[in-house]
Design a protein around this ligand. Structure first.
Ligand SMILES: [Zn+2]
Length: 162
């Protein structure tokens, strides 16, 4: 994804309250390998249920960010689960149900949408993690494109007003 500044990120959120934006911690941007990220996702160390997700929207040429909230209580341990973004099969304890308010008035009225995502919001790391012989570059490229498309579909849904 395109490299973003702190201001870009703070200005990108479509469904955050002013209070959330003011207290939002940012990840270490200077350490971020932007070429290997479909989106930037991070959890809030001060508010364990909150997470943030920002991607670059190529069509609109703008960053789009959403606040997500982890459902309390994880899934039952010992079963397999799948992240809806990266489609990586994972132990259920590493996938969480997150809900996110819709943008605008709908969200302020309590209208949310939910989906299962890797608990650490680090799908970009996960799709690159396997050794190269098991995860050749063409496969990473395909998973990368699919991941970005799913994230974009989700944020488009968050922003849909009707
Ligand atoms: Zn994932």
């Amino acid at each position: 994804m395109r490299a973003l500044t702190e201001d870009d990120i703070r200005g990108a959120f479509v469904n955050a309250t002013d209070e959330q934006l003011q207290r939002m911690p940012l990840p270490g941007l200077h350490e971020t390998l932007w070429d290997e990220r479909e989106f930037l996702g991070w959890r809030d160390p001060q508010a364990a249920h909150l997470g943030y997700l920002v991607h670059w929207d190529e069509a609109e040429q703008t960053p789009v960010g959403i606040v997500v909230r982890a459902a309390s209580g994880g899934m039952r341990a010992g079963i397999a689960a799948m992240c809806s973004f990266c489609h990586s099969p994972q132990p259920a304890t590493q996938v969480r149900l997150f809900s996110t308010p819709r943008a605008g008035e709908a969200g302020r009225n309590g209208n949310t949408i939910g989906t299962y995502i890797c608990e650490d919001l680090a799908c970009s790391l996960l799709i690159r993690r396997a050794p190269a012989h098991l995860n050749p570059p063409q496969q990473v490229a395909r998973r990368s494109a699919d991941l970005l498309q799913r994230v974009q579909n989700f944020t488009a849904d968050v922003m849909r007003t009707a």
